[in-house]
Design a protein around this ligand. Structure first.
Ligand SMILES: Nc1ncnc2c1ncn2[C@@H]1O[C@H](COP(=O)(O)OP(=O)(O)OP(=O)(O)O)[C@@H](O)[C@H]1O
Length: 253
């Protein structure tokens, strides 16, 4: 369970997240949609502790990320954050693979670096994960020898290697052609079905969101203005901003 309570964040005086509250139960598949600059990526970066909050609190499985005793939230020290952080993995838009390491080592390295596995076990697990994402025969290639869709799958396998409870994706399909998009969708659904991982995805692709998510959050100016299952949010949203974004007529028209 992710519990985001009354979180605000401003950059240079501009509010990017505005008293945002949101609970995400374990195992949910959530797509974050909305106009550019509405705060979608910022919330993922905050969950990854790549960014901090100005006010509010975030709990991951009941464990706080911030000390709020002084009134201002301070990120907890590294040793206390580690159990929270180890539950969350992120797949970045441009994959973030190490170009000089083989595909196999890209997946094995974080496990070794994080002290999760010895070299031989990490490599064995990397082989298994490569098979899972359909790249069993690409283990010894370098990332640059793969297509965009294949790199994306390696990045997913690498995130899965650390067995996160929560996986975050920032525009996972933006670098892919339509056929690859559908392959990635299949893999996402397979991960959700077989591991029960909570998945949060920022995307501009409505069709991908519709086919992937069981919950759609529509952001506007750092607030959630629509929250519901895809069959409702895409066909009959309540909020005027969501309707305008989706090209639907106003309810008052
Ligand atoms: N570290 C930062 N420093 C200054 N401004 C930032 C920083 N991070 C984000 N912003 C600004 O905050 C706003 C929200 O950014 P964010 O990336 O969360 O939007 P988004 O909804 O994900 O947009 P997009 O759909 O274009 O990716 C933007 O105006 C962005 O320029």
């Amino acid at each position: 369970m992710i519990a985001i309570s009354d979180v605000s964040r401003a950059f240079k005086g501009t509010t990017v997240l505005d008293h945002l509250s949101l609970d995400i139960p374990a195992g949910q598949k959530v797509a974050l949609l909305g106009p550019s600059g509405s705060g979608k990526t910022t919330i993922l970066r905050i969950l990854m502790t790549l960014e901090t909050i100005d006010s509010g609190q975030i709990l991951i499985e009941g464990v706080p990320m911030y000390d709020t005793a002084s009134g201002t939230p301070h990120l907890l020290p590294e040793n206390r954050l580690r159990p929270v952080r180890s539950r969350i993995g992120m797949v970045f838009q441009h994959f973030g693979l190490f170009p000089h390491l083989s595909v196999l080592d890209n997946i094995a390295f974080p496990q070794i670096f994080n002290g999760r596995a010895r070299k031989a076990d990490a490599k064995a697990r990397a082989h298994d994960l490569l098979k899972t994402v359909g790249l069993g025969d690409k283990a010894y290639l370098l990332p640059d020898q793969l297509s965009g869709g294949q790199k994306q799958r390696v990045a997913i396998a690498r995130a899965l290697a650390l067995q996160p409870d929560i996986l975050l994706f920032d525009e996972p399909t933006s670098a892919l052609d339509p056929q690859r998009v559908s392959e990635v969708l299949d893999i996402f659904n397979m991960i959700a079905d077989t591991t029960g991982t909570t998945m949060l995805l920022v995307t501009h692709e409505m069709e991908f969101a519709r086919r992937f998510a069981d919950r759609i959050l529509f952001f506007d100016h750092g607030q959630i203005v629509e929250d519901g299952p895809p069959e409702i949010v895409f066909t009959n949203p309540k909020d005027a901003r969501t309707r305008a974004f989706l090209g639907l007529p106003s309810l008052n028209a």
